[in-house]
Design a protein around this ligand. Structure first.
Ligand code: HEC
Length: 165
């Protein structure tokens, strides 16, 4: 990594030496890099857990919206919808999963490509395919779409969901 601190410290290097005789320039640069690294990791965590300006926490959307609708979608597909109301319920669950793919990309939440791929590709395309299949009352296609959208959960969690202690 190119350290930005290098540029800041370099012009000042002689006065730095007077103050910190025991530190050589490499150690000063190393310290600067470490501080930057810690600051950027902390910033990333903050975005992932909560958006920049909106107060909702990511985990609350996960528990309150995404998980229940994802579970209900799976249960309904496994059972096989028996009437128009049941198909409509499935379309609603898939719709809420689809909206989640947009919410997760908003308000500075997205920290990297792993997140962006999981939310704006895997989750978005899978849930859109599920809605399309449900509207066509095509259960086989809807189940396949569910399987593909559910890959988004593990892909994003593997990198961004804190491990349970
Ligand atoms: C783009 C990233 C991303 C995607 C996609 C994603 N999640 Fe999450 N999820 C997170 C993050 C980040 C956390 C941890 C938030 C925290 O603890 O602050 C989390 C936490 C959770 C939790 C725990 C909530 C709690 O009460 O602590 C559940 C349940 C969950 N996700 C379900 C799902 C399901 C089901 C899917 C797929 C349909 C999914 N998530 C897809 C990012 C994602």
């Amino acid at each position: 990594m190119d350290c930005l601190f290098f540029g800041l410290i370099q012009p000042n290097i002689h006065s730095q030496f007077k103050i910190m005789k025991h530190l050589n320039s490499n150690r000063i640069i190393g310290l600067g890099c470490a501080i930057l690294l810690v600051a950027s990791v902390a910033g990333t965590l903050a975005q992932v857990k909560q958006g920049k300006t909106r107060p909702m926490q990511t985990k609350h959307w996960m528990k309150g919206v995404l998980k229940p609708h994802c579970n209900a979608l799976k249960k309904g597909l496994d059972a096989g919808p028996s009437d128009a109301d049941a198909w409509n319920e499935l379309a609603m669950h898939a719709g809420l999963v689809s909206e989640t793919s947009y919410i997760l990309m908003e308000d500075g939440r997205c920290p990297d490509d792993v997140w962006a791929n999981a939310a704006s590709k895997t989750l978005r395309e899978g849930s859109a395919a599920a809605i399309k299949a449900i509207e066509a009352k095509d259960l086989v296609a809807a189940k396949a779409a569910f399987k593909s959208l559910s890959k988004a959960c593990s892909a994003c969690h593997k990198k961004h969901k804190p491990k349970k202690k």
